[in-house]
Design a protein around this ligand. Structure first.
Ligand SMILES: Nc1ncnc2c1ncn2[C@@H]1O[C@H](COP(=O)(O)OP(=O)(O)OP(=O)(O)O)[C@@H](O)[C@H]1O
Ligand SMILES: [Mg+2]
Length: 207
């Protein structure tokens, strides 16, 4: 993990037991990636691939079956970096207090999170809100994570796009800046065929 890492996802796995069938469903399978502080990342993937499950674990609404998501930066600034792996009961009262402050800063506004936030809006409003999302992220120097079905939206908003397989693991990790605006149609097609099971084709001329 480098100094500029804001979010580290390691070996994240989530298995649900479906109450109706009693069967296990793997929503996330050993998911690994890092997000740097200040990065704006879009996550795309087929329906049911575990995007919302990832989101819920990220915001603490759900727990992983295995692996973890580490959210650092504020912990480092507050002198708690070496306690990243500690359980709450292993921290002193003061440390717990600082961890609580860190959590508050994490939720607002050092990381902006959105799961299908603009999908059900009319296109004009959605476009305005996408712009606001990016502007806010930049003004606050926030790390931002946008989960979306819409490839167009991912390309407009994201500096980086993670394409998830089903169950969730990273199929492609794309730097949008590698694709000039004139090639965005090709990028959309490349993501589309990756989602349909083809290996991701980097832009010709790049590695
Ligand atoms: N609480 C739950 N209990 C059992 N299975 C669940 C639960 N939540 C999600 N799942 C299953 O986990 C898988 C991933 O679901 P998830 O909602 O994370 O997908 P998603 O990528 O957000 O899909 P969409 O694009 O449709 O929003 C699916 O197979 C889903 O049925
Ligand atoms: Mg979802």
């Amino acid at each position: 993990m480098s100094n500029s890492t804001a979010v580290e996802v390691s070996h994240l796995t989530k298995t649900y037991r479906q109450t109706t069938t009693g069967r296990n469903v793997t929503a996330i399978e050993r998911l690994d990636f890092e997000i740097a502080a200040g990065e704006i990342v879009a996550i795309v993937g087929q329906t049911g691939c575990g995007k919302s499950t990832f989101f819920d674990i990220m915001i603490g609404l759900d727990h992983p079956t295995e692996g973890r998501i580490s959210i650092v930066e504020w912990l480092q600034r507050l002198g708690l970096a070496k306690f990243i792996d500690a359980y709450p009961h292993e921290l002193s009262g003061g440390m717990r207090q600082r961890a609580a402050i860190a959590r508050a800063f994490i939720l607002k506004p050092s990381i902006l999170l959105a799961d299908e936030a603009f999908g059900h809006l009319d296109e004009v409003t959605a476009a305005e809100l996408r712009e606001t999302f990016v502007k806010l992220a930049r003004e606050c120097g926030s790390t931002a994570l946008l989960i979306t079905h819409q490839l167009e939206e991912a390309i407009t908003v994201g500096e980086r796009i993670l394409v998830f397989a089903r169950p969730a693991r990273v199929l492609a990790d794309i730097r949008v800046a590698d694709w000039p605006a004139s090639e965005h149609g090709r990028l959309r097609e490349a993501i589309q065929s990756t989602l349909q099971g083809q290996p991701f084709q980097p832009r010709s001329g790049t590695a």
